[in-house]
Design a protein around this ligand. Structure first.
Ligand code: BGC
Length: 356
């Protein structure tokens, strides 16, 4: 009797498993999602938001992070292709090394969307979705111009620039936006870069790594700011801003005698909003990753089902092989005056408890 029950249970279990299998195969297929790293909170949110958006549209997902190792990301994508993905959403670590793997994807009929970061030097992908990176740079530059009241004739002030990673196309575009605002004041002498380090290759931070930014700030402070006061730091994202602020605190900035410089950022990470509330960091750029994820998922679904894909820019993003059809979302400046309204009240991106 006991045995019969066991057999019946096994049969029922078998039926249940095959029912699950059936529902799994009745989805619209699997979409691979290749994200750069879990180092920044933003990519963790992007990944889970893309999964949520794709699931709602009826897809399975395969989400992978590559710890900023470009070869790891390529082999993750190869594995996804072996497993039979129908589409790929990729935020490339090194945008210039994707051509071979995407050639294979194209041959297999896999639809590919370049996510947040531009894939370069190949035609073998379909669309790009990102926040307006030039605008991000403009907002960062303006934050410095406004807070130092440069347009009201104040100055001269000392500035240092900390940009992102040169293998990421965004660093180049954001830098151009930044310079559109700061260059006139550098040229007129109202902004002085005591280190003389101004070109992107001189001010870049590999992998946008906060620790490397901190080490570079340590060097600059000891070499060029023994007695001089640093008034502003263009930090291209929040990780970099964190490193810069730690370095500045280490030599006494942010205490009564020595005011913190203006420090910009990008991503509206929780630690940076807390830093803004404390008065260490001055501003950041909010890019609602939930909206970017949803846009990417909608794009993927539209292209896989042969529907019209929404793009709003067909001129700005030349990747070296083609002008990429792009959907641009709008970034927003967040500072001590508006963080509560933008991040908590209007968008519910964070709860008040998360920022306490
Ligand atoms: C993204 C930024 C991010 C940076 C580092 C850039 O491509 O646009 O939001 O801070 O990468 O991960």
């Amino acid at each position: 009797m006991h045995k019969i029950i066991k057999v019946a249970a096994a049969v029922l279990l078998g039926l249940a498993v095959s029912a699950c299998d059936k529902s799994a195969t009745s989805t619209k297929g699997t979409i691979g999602i290749a994200m750069p790293s879990k180092t920044e909170a933003r990519w963790v949110s992007d990944g889970s938001s893309i999964v949520d958006s794709l699931k709602k549209l009826g897809y399975d997902t395969d989400l992978q992070y590559a710890q900023y190792e470009a070869p790891t990301q390529l082999s993750q994508i190869e594995n996804m292709m072996v497993k039979g993905i129908k589409g790929l959403i990729v935020a490339p670590i090194d945008g210039t090394t994707m051509a071979d793997v995407l050639k294979q994807a194209k041959e297999k009929g896999i639809k590919v969307i370049s996510y947040d970061r531009l894939i370069r030097n190949t035609k073998d992908f379909d669309y790009y979705v990102t926040f307006d990176n030039y605008r991000t740079g403009v907002l960062q530059g303006q934050s410095i111009v406004d807070k130092l009241q440069l347009k009201q004739g104040k100055g001269p002030f000392n500035l240092e620039i900390f940009a992102g990673s040169t293998d990421d196309n965004n660093a180049h575009v954001v830098y151009a936006g930044v310079m559109s605002q700061l260059k006139p004041f550098i040229d007129s002498g109202k902004l002085v870069i005591r280190s003389g380090q101004q070109d992107l290759d001189k001010v870049a931070t590999p992998n946008w790594d906060g620790a490397q930014a901190q080490a570079r700030m340590d060097n600059l402070l000891s070499a060029f700011y023994g007695t001089a006061h640093l008034d502003a730091v263009l930090a291209m994202n929040d990780q970099i801003a964190n490193g810069v602020v730690s370095s500045l605190r280490g030599v006494g900035y942010g205490t009564g005698k020595q005011a913190m410089p203006i420090v910009t950022g990008q991503d509206a990470e929780i630690s940076s909003i807390k830093s803004i509330i404390r008065g260490d960091q001055t501003s950041t750029i909010f890019k609602d990753t939930r909206a970017l994820a949803e846009a990417a998922a909608q794009m993927m679904d539209a292209t896989l089902s042969g529907k019209t894909v929404v793009v709003n820019d067909s001129t700005s993003y030349d990747n070296g092989s083609m002008i990429v059809p792009t959907q641009l979302l709008t970034p927003q400046l967040v500072d001590g005056n508006n963080w509560q309204k933008v991040l908590v009240d209007d968008t519910k991106f964070y709860t008040p408890e998360q920022l306490r």
